[in-house]
Design a protein around this ligand. Sequence first.
Ligand SMILES: [Fe+2]
Length: 240
Amino acid sequence: MIDLHNHILRYMLPIHSRVDPDPEVAVRMAEIAAADGTRIIASTPHFRESHMAENWLPRIQEALANLNALLQERGIALEVVSGAEVEMSDMLPETARKGWLPTLGDGKHVLIELPIVTYAAYAEQVLFELALQGYTPVIAHFGRMAAASTTAVEPEALVERGYKLQVNCESLKGKRGPDVQNLARRLIRDDLASCLGSDAHNADDKPPGLSACQRDVDKLGGRGNFERLSWESPLRIIGR
Ligand SMILES: [Fe+2]
């Protein structure tokens, strides 16, 4: 499986002021993911406006190289590829033009988190400008948009424009409440989703793992759907 949304890198890189780097936590997360059947993780640390500067992408890549070396040293059969959970911002088109935008793996897909509290009016313009530059936006945990105070954005409209939608397994399992669960289920059932993520933040209460939602994904989307959303489609997204 490929986990396309995972915060494992926060333990290798002080990108969040609230989290202390601790490579052993990253190793534990990797062990949990590998034991669950995950072969590739796209590491997606939060990438906020304060990170939209020249020095951040190299820092992410260096932390990633350190993490992969550590996993190899420990004999954990898991590959971590680059990425970020990029905050929606009107700075994004310029950040992309400068080549500072982290993409998922080696391709030109960018995981983007839409604002959930208020849907920003400029968001669709920003997505459009990124697409013009050759990037494909992948909207992070779209199921959680059910909790947004406005429903300005329809998933069908985004997919029609060629954007992709990522669904969190925890949303499918109902851990974010019934509204989020219903939207996540609809995305799978109506073939609007392109990939899955654990959105893991640690090894304890938000651990990695996708296999828990296999049954739901196959039941809602038909047999073979989990294979498509957890391997075939994300493999293309990371440029393999
Ligand atoms: Fe996340």
